[in-house]
Design a protein around this ligand. Structure first.
Ligand code: ADP
Ligand code: ADP
Length: 219
C-alpha cells in the first residue's frame, strides 16, 4: 500500500508545487493522474520516486517513508533515456549489477521478451524506433519487478498508432505480476482507458479530485 499524506512541496525559489496532497494507492491499482501543465504532477511523481524531498508530509510504501530512490519503485519518463554506449540488453540489465552476469543476462532477456523486443537485445539504442525504445525503457524499469511503477507521460512523444499499441501493451505488462502503476498523462482518454481511478489535480496546489472507474480495460 502506498500512502501519501499531507504532502507539500515548496521549491527553493518559493514556488508551492504541492499543498497538503493526501492519496492512497492500493496494491495492483492502476492510478492515472491528470491535470494541466504546472499543477504539480511531475513533482508528485518525483517525491514518490524519492528523487525529491517533501517540505512537509510523507510518502510511505507499506508503512515505510520513502526518502531516497529504491528498487521497489520503478520509473519511466516521456523519453526512453537509454544509455547510447550500451546495448539494449545492457541498458535493461543496468539495475542488476549486484547479480552474477549470467543471471543479469537471463533477467534482461526475460524482460525484453515481456515487452516484445527480445530480437533487439544486441541492438544499440539509436537503431530503435521511438516506440521500441520506450518498450526498452519499460523493460529496464520492470526487470527488477518493482512493487510500484511510476510513468510520467510515457507515451506522449509517440504517434497515435504506436501510442495505442503501447497502451494495450501496458495492460498486458500489468498482468505479468500486477504491480501498482501510477501514470501521469495529459491525455484524458488514455487515463480513462488505462486506469482504475483517475485523480485530477487542480491548478490550485493541493486541490485533488478523484473519480473512480472500475477496471474498464483490464485483461
Ligand atoms: P506538471 O508536471 O503538472 O507540469 P510540475 O510538477 O512540473 O507540474 O511543476 C509544478 C510547479 O512547480 C510549476 O509551477 C513549476 O514551474 C514548478 N517547478 C517544478 N520544478 C521546479 C524546480 N525544480 N524548481 C522550482 N520550481 C519548480
Ligand atoms: P490523438 O488524436 O490524440 O492523436 P486518438 O484520437 O487516435 O489520438 O486517440 C485518443 C485516445 O483513444 C488514446 O489516447 C487512447 O486513450 C484511446 N484509445 C482508443 N483506442 C485504443 C486502443 N485500442 N488502445 C488504447 N487506447 C485506445
Amino acid at each position: 500500500m502506498l500512502d501519501i499524506t499531507t504532502l507539500t512541496k515548496r521549491y527553493g525559489n518559493g514556488t508551492l508545487a504541492l499543498d497538503t496532497v493526501s492519496l492512497s494507492v492500493a496494491p495492483g491499482e492502476i492510478l492515472a493522474i491528470v491535470g494541466g501543465s504546472g499543477c504539480g504532477k511531475s513533482t508528485l511523481l518525483r517525491l514518490i520516486a524519492g528523487l525529491e524531498a517533501p517540505s512537509r508530509g510523507a510518502v510511505r510504501l507499506n508503512g515505510e517513508p520513502i526518502t531516497a530512490p529504491r528498487p521497489e519503485v520503478g520509473l519511466v519518463f516521456q523519453e526512453p533515456r537509454l544509455m547510447p554506449w550500451l546495448t539494449i540488453a545492457e541498458n535493461v540489465a543496468f539495475g542488476l549489477a549486484h547479480l552474477p552476469k549470467a543471471g543479469q543476462k537471463r533477467l534482461a532477456g526475460d524482460a525484453l521478451e515481456r515487452v516484445g523486443i527480445a530480437a533487439f537485445a544486441g541492438a544499440w539504442p539509436r537503431e530503435l524506433s521511438g516506440g521500441m525504445a520506450q518498450r526498452a525503457a519499460l523493460a529496464r524499469a520492470l526487470v527488477t519487478r518493482p512493487e510500484v511503477l511510476l510513468l510520467d507521460e510515457p507515451f506522449s512523444a509517440l504517434d497515435a498508432f504506436t501510442r495505442h499499441d503501447l497502451q494495450d501493451h501496458l495492460l498486458e505488462l500489468w498482468g505479468w505480476y500486477q504491480p501498482t502503476m501510477i501514470l501521469v498523462t495529459h491525455d484524458i482518454e488514455e487515463a480513462l482507458f488505462l486506469a482504475d481511478r483517475v485523480v485530477v489535480m487542480q491548478p490550485r496546489p493541493g486541490r485533488v479530485r478523484t473519480e473512480v472507474r472500475p477496471g474498464l480495460a483490464r485483461p
